[in-house]
Every structure is written in structure tokens, then in C-alpha cells.
Design a protein around this ligand. Sequence first.
Ligand code: UD1
Ligand code: CA
Length: 463
Amino acid sequence: MNQAIILAAGEGSRMKSSLIKVLHKINGKVMLKYVLDACKGAGFDKSYLIVGNNKDKVMEEFSSDTSISFIEQKMGPGEPYGTGYAASLAKEHVNAGDNVLVIFGDTPLVDEEVLKDFLKYHEDNDNNMTILSAVLDDCEGYGRIVRDADKNLTKIVEQKDASDDELNINEVNSGIYCFKGEDFLDAINNLKNDNVKKEYYLTDAVSYLLSKGKKVNAYISDDQNIALGVNNQLDLSKIEEIVRKKIITKWMLEGVYFKNPSNVYIEENVKIGRDVEIYPDVILEGDTTIEDNVKIYGYTRIVNSHIAKDVTIESSLIEDSFIGERTKVGPNAHLRPNSKIGKDCKVGNFVEIKNASLGDGTKAGHLAYVGDADVGRNVNIGCGVIFANYDGKDKFRSKVEDNAFIGSNSNLVAPVEIGENAYVAAGSTIITKVMKDSLSIARARQVDKIDWVKNKKNMEEEK
Ligand code: UD1
Ligand code: CA
């Protein structure tokens, strides 16, 4: 069986955040999830996650994933520490014949392709232990891969324990290893903490297994990024930029046009069709689908929504909603959760829609609030119309039938119904049903005082 031991017990104090390090998000996805997905994708079906003082929050985040078992590492003064000790906490689950992957929870750029190649190399060479290494320009902080004159691996030396010559080595340890189960168990049971930091280093497994005549090799990945770990917000930001670019590049190669790709954010699960145009400062999140020929202009954020083909969106926020073909949204529209907009609609300037549906061809061009309503087809919602859905305590739904015309600045006090083809006069406050084919006027009658200004002026002059 292939199993992964994922080390994630560290405090991550350099993040200077109340959020646990491995739960920080990178391009919308939790850091630890990248590692878990990579392990699963490469065929490591079972994961043992070593958690520390952070255990409750991590367990909560991943509670629905039955492929993960959580193992607590006690942290604190006097407790044993180090990557070797942490990995040993999973030893009772390891069988001699397993492939055991050890990996960190804070190296999110490793992906399933790299792990697949790595595992294949490990198996093809019948290694007892394989290290995933990378050649870096800047090796600061990493353990170095030490090789003899014949390029055979001899050990890994931690930076703090390294000689000047060893510090010049530019092949580094990513912290990812694959072991044969029996060799993992043997090595883990023989680690010592006789080093500068008094830690049990998993890296010492290399020299131990070599001393036993075992076959230990390093697989050098040509992807430098796999070794990048997150220790602070600067690392997080660098890694996020790498992930962001990777996703944008993928979509460019799929034919999406970006006006300025350097400030567009697209999360992993977003799907985009052909001939889509995306302008600067656009954020596409969650399970969002953008169909063909959609144009999304700047300052738009779309979350968990489906945008059908030929839609145009200008500077708007769209959450958990559906937008039908050829509809125009914005500028500055807000579609709150559960809005369903039909085809050929208009949701214009400063229009807010919430938990409502608009039938095909319906238009709300300016400054309207449509909340908790079912609006039919070809309805005109005038400027400033408000669906007054809330009485201070409860919310109510309203219904507007096809072809109705709601005059500007009207209030529809819910629950209320407007019949088919009906007209509501501008400025009305409607509290009871407007019948089909009729006109309702619900406002004070206009009073005209002819020459009122002139008369007032004359009176003042006489005084
Ligand atoms: C480790 C490697 C180093 C490698 C580098 C790559 C060792 C001794 N060194 O160094 O060769 O180049 O990673 O990033 O392995 N952890 C626990 N419990 C512990 C100790 C650590 O869960 O008791 C976890 C941490 O949360 C962290 C990971 O293991 O995610 C790595 O530990 P860290 O102390 O950061 O190792 P490095 O010094 O970076
Ligand atoms: Ca580290």
C-alpha cells in the first residue's frame, strides 16, 4: 500500500497570524489541501497527518476526508522534536511492504505529476529510500545533498551543521522522501538527536541506511518550485503568485484573452469557455463557470456562479448566482446569493438582486433592489424600485408576472403580487395585489397652486 505521512505540527509562528500556518489559503485553496491533493493524485491513498497544538482547527477543516488519520504530536518544552520524531509517530501504521511518502504540510507547490515521477523513480530503481531534491540558486535554510566524487549520495547536512564546502552545494533537500516500509521503520527506530538543535532529524535516515548497505538515492526534480516552503507572509505571497500565474497561463493556452494578466485571480475549480475576454482586476472564485464569448470588465468578482454565453459584466459582484445568455450586468451591480437571471436581461447601475429570479428579457436598469422575488419575463423595473421584503422581523416573497411595468421609485411591500401586463405608476407604494392588465397608482394626488411663487413675492413686497 502507498501511504503518506504529512508533517504539520509546527506552530508557524513566523506567519504572525492567529490562523494556523497550513490553513492559510493560497489562491483560495487551503495550503494543506495542495499537499493532500498531490499525495492522493499520485496514488498515496491514505494519509497520516501529524498535527500539534493546532490539531482541533486542522481536524475540523478536514473532518470530511476519510482518507486522513490525524496523529497528535505533543509540543512544548521537554517534548522530543524534529522531523524524524514527528514521522515516527505514524510508525505503527506502517507495514514492511508499504511505500511510505514523508512530506511537509507547508510545501504546497509539489504536485501530483512530480510525486508520480518521484514514486516511479523510487520503484524502478528499487531504492530503500529516495529523496526528492532540487537545484536552487538560493539555498538559504535548506539541508544540502552531499555526494562523493562519483556523485553517489553520502548524506544530507542541515545548514546549521554544514561546513563551508557543504554550504556551497546547490542541490537541496525538498524534505520529501519515499521509503520502503521496512527501511522507514528501521531508520526511524535508530535516529539520534546529537546535533546543534537537539532534534531528531529525518535527514539522518540517509547516512544510517547507507551505513547498513541500503540503496539511497536522490531524484532531482527539474521544477525548482517543489522545494519552496511557506514560513512567513512573504513566502506565502511568492507562492501564491506562482500558483496564480500557472492558472492564468493554462487559461491563456486554452484561448482566454486577458487584457492584463498580471492582476487577474482565478481559482482552481473555475471553468472558462472559448473567446472569453477578461479585463484587469477580475477575481473568479469557487465553482464558477464562464461560458463562451463572455466579457468581464475590470473590478468584477464572481463567486460560485454560472455565467452563460455572450454575457457582458462590468465592475460587479456576483455571488452564488446564475446569469442567462446575452444578459448585461453592471456597472456596479450586486447579485447576492441565489439570484437567477434569465436571457437578454439587464441588471444595470447600482442594482442589487437577492434570492430572486428575473425572467427572460426583464430589465432593471438603475438603482433598484429586488429581494426575495419571482419576476416574470419582459418586466420593466424602473429606476429606484424597491422590493420591501423585510418588516424588521421576517422576510416575505413577492411575485411580478410577465410584461408588468413597475414605474420609477415604486415600493412593492412584500408579500405582494403584480399581475400580468399591469402597470404600477411611478412613485407608488403598493401593498395589495395589482390586478392583471390594470394600472395602480398609489401616491398622493398632485396639487397645483398656480402663481403661488408670484403671489408670495407680491405679499412680501407689500409688507
Ligand atoms: C527540513 C529539512 C531540510 C530541508 C527542509 C526543506 C530536516 C532535519 N531538515 O528543514 O533538510 O531542506 O526541511 O524545507 O528534516 N515538523 C513537525 N514536527 C516536528 C518538527 C517539524 O511536524 O517536530 C514539521 C513542521 O511543521 C514543518 C516541517 O515539519 O512543516 C519541516 O520542519 P522544519 O523545522 O521547518 O524543517 P526545516 O528546518 O525547514
Ligand atoms: Ca521549513
